[in-house]
Design a protein around this ligand. Structure first.
Ligand SMILES: Cc1cc2nc3c(=O)[nH]c(=O)nc-3n(C[C@H](O)[C@H](O)[C@H](O)COP(=O)(O)OP(=O)(O)OC[C@H]3O[C@@H](n4cnc5c(N)ncnc54)[C@H](O)[C@@H]3O)c2cc1C
Length: 340
């Protein structure tokens, strides 16, 4: 029998399968899309995420990131990561590197879409396959989550946020992830190659990217005259989830719940949870994964949740960058906490 059936061959699903293979488990991945998979993402991997990939022997090409810079019309604040750099990595490069490592480890990826999951005390079945355990790594709008975890947490009436991203063909002008703040949202700038810069906008508004970019004058000037590449979108971003373990089924990555992309940690947290999840399965203690998940994501849930909530108020939103610029130790501490 298959030990671990991984639904979703995105970055976190592939990392889960790789950790499982290293633990001597027979893992199979189900992913309907072909390699390499692209996705709306800011494409900045935190130093902690680079470290997890290194433990898997995966070293995708990209640009070193020294830290985070917050920018507004009249202020800027910069904080370096305290240890090793992060990395700006094109999603296709990240996926290609992980898929290559999975193939080299003998992990089979089958082009199937899962529509339902059933389980009994001995195993779990999906897409015509049966396994001892199943991991739902099928993203923000997870089918596995809907099939096994029941209803989500009752949601508070908060404005929904969305993400849009595109690339500009130009040499990077910064070694930092720049986060530009405006009254309509945040624009992320991430260098991802010698001649390629990613721009992702997070906002409550449903408007074309070009229109949203007009509200970030200094960024608009930087890329003036350059054509934006294809635009991809994702959302709504907030996906509250009640629990991540349901019998023989466990959730990881965006499928396990999502706060917001504002602090750019989705990949790093997903990789760390994938490692913890496999360790729990190896030890025969799947229930402990829920505690691991809550521990690993705690800072992110508190910090990102509070920042998203507070900056709904226009006065707070206007004050974020001046506050970060006026209190460097505070900003450095926040960046250090998020970098892991
Ligand atoms: C605008 C934006 C900016 C972001 N910026 C950053 C950033 O800078 N840094 C960062 O770390 N994170 C960032 N994130 C978050 C990051 O993109 C996600 O956390 C990350 O992609 C999660 O990976 P995943 O493998 O869990 O899910 P995904 O990458 O979504 O992969 C899920 C996979 O499951 C497959 N799938 C779906 N349904 C099924 C099914 N029924 N059966 C089989 N397969 C299925 C899909 O085809 C897909 O390949 C950002 C997100 C957004 C939206």
């Amino acid at each position: 029998m298959i030990d671990l059936l991984v639904v979703g061959g995105g970055p976190v699903g592939l990392a889960s399968a790789l950790f499982a293979a290293r633990a001597g488990m027979h893992a199979v991945v189900l992913e309907p899309r072909g390699t390499p998979i692209d996705k709306a993402c800011g494409e900045g991997l935190m130093p902690g995420g680079v470290a997890v990939l290194a433990r898997l022997g995966v070293d995708p090409p990209g640009c070193d990131l020294r830290g985070i810079r917050y920018v507004s019309d009249d202020a800027a604040a910069t904080a370096d990561f305290p240890g090793t750099p992060g990395r700006g990595i094109r999603r296709t490069a990240l996926h290609g590197a992980l898929a290559g490592a999975a193939a080299a480890a003998g992990i089979e990826t089958l082009p199937r879409q899962v529509r339902d999951v059933t389980q009994d005390e001995n195993g779990v079945s999906a897409a015509g396959l049966r396994a001892r355990w199943l991991v739902g790594a099928d993203g923000l709008h997870s089918t596995v989550r809907a099939a096994v975890a029941g209803d989500g947490v009752p949601t508070r009436r908060v404005p929904r946020r969305w993400g849009l991203r595109a690339h500009v063909q130009t040499a990077p002008w910064t070694e930092y992830v720049e986060v530009h703040w405006s009254r309509r949202g945040e624009a992320y700038v991430t260098p991802v190659g010698p001649d390629l810069v990613g721009i992702a906008v997070l906002t409550c508004e449903r408007a074309p990217l070009e229109q949203l970019l007009a509200t970030f004058p200094s960024l608009r000037r930087r890329v003036a005259g350059r054509r934006l590449g294809p635009v991809r979108g994702a959302g709504p971003l907030r996906q509250p989830v009640r629990r991540r373990v349901a019998g023989r089924v466990l959730l990881v990555g965006d499928a396990a719940g999502y706060v917001d992309a504002l602090t750019g940690e989705g990949l790093c947290l997903g990789f760390r949870c994938a490692e913890a999840l496999v360790e729990r399965l190896r030890a025969g203690r799947p229930d402990g994964y829920e505690r691991d998940y809550l521990g690993i994501t705690r800072t992110h849930r508190l910090l990102t949740g509070a920042l998203v909530a507070a900056t709904r108020l226009p006065a707070v939103r206007r004050g974020v960058v001046p506050l970060a610029a006026g209190a460097p130790p505070l900003f450095r501490a926040a960046v250090a906490a998020l970098s892991q």
